[in-house]
Structures are given as structure tokens and as C-alpha cells.
Design a protein around this ligand. Structure first.
Ligand code: IMP
Ligand code: MG
Length: 179
């Protein structure tokens, strides 16, 4: 299935039903590993909003949710490697088991920045749960990545919360760029 977002063409790469099944599997792992710990799930806005919603619906353990807003792409199709904080975390993370919920890890600079910042506030633990990971694009060392939905090649994707120029977040699956 093909679609156009702004001036670029995309084709379906991961269907919604495949995503749904993977989200259930990840939730099952979190349900087991965080039983009795009441984790604080922190979604990174804007991209993670759909993944975060689908994920927490599958959690059966006690959990809290919060959001931060970070930006590193600023409208293009490549990372700028400078991270801007648009909305800071209001929750107290001291002594908490924090799970950062991200749409995609590309260069990894956004996550490295956020994890370093959170560590100053003494959480009990920090884990990262990302729907997508581009291993070939990673420039930072991020041992905190504990849950990955799908590893994808180094290509630009939209849909399921991810955008190109703020468009395409509403597409139901993940779509990759084609020439
Ligand atoms: P990083 O700091 O390079 O890892 O960039 C991470 C952020 O860039 C993600 O949270 C996304 O918002 C955005 N991003 C990275 N790759 C893509 C992509 O293929 N499509 C849309 N946004 C992306
Ligand atoms: Mg993001």
C-alpha cells in the first residue's frame, strides 16, 4: 500500500496487526518484570503517543504514566543531533522504576540526553522501551534499551505516531520512504 505525505512517497512496511501483536508481547514482558514495582512510564512526545496508549492498555500491573516533550528532527528527515526540551518531566522520579517509551531510536542522542538527565534525579532504575530501532544509525551507547518492537534499516519512516513535517502520525501502520 502506497501513500504520500507532504512531498514524499511512502509504502507500508509494518502492518497495524503485526504492531499490535508485538505490543502485546512487550507488555507481557513488562507485566512479568515489573510486577509489584509500580513503574512510571514516561512517553516522549509527540511521536510516542499512540505506542504509549496501546502499550499501557495491555499492562495489567499497577503503573503510572507521564510525558516529556523533546525534539531533535525539527521538521526534516535527518536528526540534527541537538536535543531541545519543550516540556519537562513534572513527576518525581526519585526511587522510581522508570520506563521511557519512545517511538524510534535513530542516532540515539535524544535518549542518551534524557537518560543522563534523569539519572541526576536518582531513579531506582531506568529502562527504555522503543517501538523502532535503527541499529545502523546508532551513534550513542544506550545499554538502557530493554524492549525493542522492531529493528529497521536506516530509512525514514512515518505512521503510528511518527511524522514527516508533522504529517502522517495518523497512518495506522509504519510506512517507509520510497523514491
Ligand atoms: P535520535 O536522537 O536521532 O535517536 O532521534 C530520535 C527522534 O527523531 C525520534 O524520537 C523521532 O521523533 C525522530 N525520528 C528518528 N527517525 C525518524 C523517522 O524515521 N521518522 C520520523 N521521525 C524520526
Ligand atoms: Mg520522538
Amino acid at each position: 500500500m502506497k501513500t504520500r505525505v507532504a512531498d514524499l512517497d511512502f509504502e507500508l512496511s509494518i502492518t497495524y496487526s503485526v504492531i499490535e501483536r508485538r505490543v502485546q508481547e512487550i507488555a507481557t514482558e513488562i507485566n512479568v518484570q515489573y510486577a509489584g514495582k509500580t513503574p512510571l512510564l514516561v512517553g516522549i512526545l509527540n511521536g510516542s503517543f499512540i505506542f504509549m496508549a496501546d502499550l499501557v492498555k495491555e499492562l495489567t500491573i499497577a503503573c503510572e504514566t507521564a510525558f516529556v516533550k523533546l525534539a531533535s528532527y525539527h521538521g526534516g528527515t535527518t536528526s540534527t543531533r541537538t536535543v531541545r526540551t519543550d516540556l519537562d518531566l513534572k513527576s518525581d522520579v526519585r526511587g522510581r522504576h522508570v520506563i521511557l517509551v519512545e517511538d524510534i531510536i535513530d542516532t540515539g542522542h535524544t535518549m542518551r540526553y534524557l537518560v543522563n538527565k534523569l539519572k541526576d534525579n536518582s531513579p531506582a532504575s531506568i529502562a527504555i522501551c522503543t517501538l523502532l530501532l535503527k541499529p545502523d544509525a546508532l551513534e550513542a551507547n544506550i545499554p538502557e534499551i530493554k524492549y525493542t518492537g522492531f529493528e529497521i534499516p536506516n530509512e525514514f519512516v512515518v505512521g503510528y505516531g511518527l511524522d514527516y513535517q508533522e504529517l502522517g502520525r495518523n497512518l495506522k501502520g509504519i510506512f517507509k520512504r520510497v523514491d
